[in-house]
Design a protein around this ligand. Structure first.
Ligand code: EPZ
Length: 420
């Protein structure tokens, strides 16, 4: 099994170009199911989850090609009959596969989609996804680990309030409503920038969508969709990860290919911690930051601080002069990185849904185990800041969502390499 070896304490300097967003690409690919015309998607990150979603679309019969070099996906499904089953073997490693439920059901009036596999960061049910689809007219039953959904006359637009904020359920509902008859109003929606990117993609396909304030969407469904070209937005979690790497060990690290207005919350927290940032419209320069201050943060749906950056900022907090606190409000088991960080010399205590980080502590290298995508990258960050050598096992978690992580870091003088 592959591992990453990091030799810490190297000063990072140089330029890092951010890839397209994994979490925007996945629902956009699912939405392609609605359209039989030509689709071209650019700036697609070559990461395992995207490859799995491409396999899932191939499995249902989609004529999809992924040009890995050019990071482009081409889809053309004219005169093609698609299957409506998404099997367990493809959903067990990637929960986001459940977003094909809405588009399959909306276009073909039936779908059989495996319940997603278990997850290290929490129980992650799909009840809200099913709730919205039922409101749009689906009959749903669960049997043998599968969701069976059908709608005899097709989905019909409705006024629906999501019982609580969910990124995936908002995406499933938005895509399904885009092909439904009539108008749908969704309220209490997630408004992550990736959902805005999905909205832009659906609009380019010809669906009339209007966001009313932050959490309400009006969707006028259409079955007459157009050929579409789209460029995926930047990966805001990858950007945050590298900005934190710069804050931890940087001399002068430039992170580019981003829109800093989307990163307001992250920038304000990092500035509060004393990280020296030069913020431009489409790039950020992270300068050597010595006196890191403790802060208290809460993970929240956008525009709050993202749960997907919680593990990474925790590493920076080990540097702070005092006690920092993180309250994790989104997932119930998302502190799996804490015992591993403690093995590297951090002093972190978990109390219910909160972690207390006692700084400053000098981390030192150890052999550690990655448990999920963001936990694994936090161990890489810890390794970059630590004395001696860190060995990170189970890096396949990292490959689900980071494109060429080691190459990007090595270009900025990090000492990191992969070994079998
Ligand atoms: C998306 O997951 C992201 N995944 C996650 O990214 C991210 O952590 C999460 O949103 C929160 O921002 C993708 O975009 C592919 P949710 P999702 O539905 O849609 C509960 C990463 O590292 N819930 O907003 O699954 C759920 O258990 C990851 O890239 C229900 O109870 O997240 C959680 O507590 C991992 N019932 C909360 O809502 C439901 O039907 C928010 O989950 C759905 C969700």
């Amino acid at each position: 099994m592959e591992k990453l070896i990091v030799k810490g304490k190297k000063k990072l300097s140089g330029v890092i170009r951010i890839s397209g967003s994994k979490n925007a690409t996945l629902p956009i690919l699912a939405a392609s199911i609605l359209n039989k015309n030509k689709i071209e998607i650019n700036r697609v990150p070559v990461v395992k989850d995207v490859i799995t979603m491409v396999e899932l679309l191939k499995h249902i019969g989609s004529n999809i090609k992924f040009d890995l070099k050019k990071k482009k996906i081409f889809i053309h499904n004219e005169n093609r009959k698609l299957k409506t089953t998404a099997p367990y073997k493809l959903l067990k490693t990637m929960r986001a596969g459940v977003i094909v439920l809405g588009p399959l059901l909306s276009r073909f009036k039936k779908a059989k989609v495996s319940l997603p596999g278990g997850c290290a960061i929490g129980s992650r049910p799909v009840d809200i996804h099913l709730f919205v689809l039922k409101k749009l007219g689906a009959k749903i039953k669960i049997k043998n680990g599968y969701i069976f959904a059908e709608t005899k006359k097709g989905l019909v637009g409705k006024r629906i309030r999501l019982p609580s904020i969910s990124v995936g359920a908002t995406e499933n509902a938005l895509i399904a409503a885009s092909y439904a008859r009539g108008t749908t109003y969704l309220s209490n929606c997630a408004c992550e920038p990736e959902i805005q990117d999905l909205t832009n993609f659906l609009k380019k396909m010809g669906v009339k969508i209007k966001w009313i304030g932050n959490r309400k969407i009006k969707i006028l469904g259409s079955q007459n969709l157009k050929p579409t070209i789209h460029k995926v937005m930047f990966d805001r979690i990858e950007s945050g990860t590298f900005i934190i790497a710069g804050a931890l060990t940087g001399k002068r690290l430039k992170v580019l290919g981003i829109e800093t207005k989307i990163l307001k919350k992250e920038i304000s927290i990092l500035k509060k911690m004393g990280v020296k940032l030069k913020v431009n419209k489409n790039d950020i320069i992270v300068l050597s930051s010595k006196n890191i201050k403790p802060v208290s943060i809460n993970t929240q749906p956008y525009p709050g601080f993202p749960t997907d950056l919680q593990a990474q900022i925790m590493v920076l907090m080990t540097r702070a002069n005092g006690i920092s606190k993180i309250k994790e409000n989104i997932f119930e088991k998302r502190f799996m990185h804490v015992p591993e960080l403690n093995r590297m010399g951090a002093k972190i205590k978990i109390l219910g849904d909160s972690s207390f980080i006692y700084g400053p502590q000098q981390l030192n290298g150890a052999e550690v185990m990655a448990t999920d995508l963001r936990a694994s990258v936090s161990l890489v960050l810890a390794g970059l800041a630590a004395e001696d050598r860190t060995i990170i096992n189970r890096v396949y978690h990292l490959d689900r969502g980071y494109e060429k992580l080691e190459t990007k870091l090595r270009k900025c003088r990090a000492n990191i390499f992969r070994k079998n």
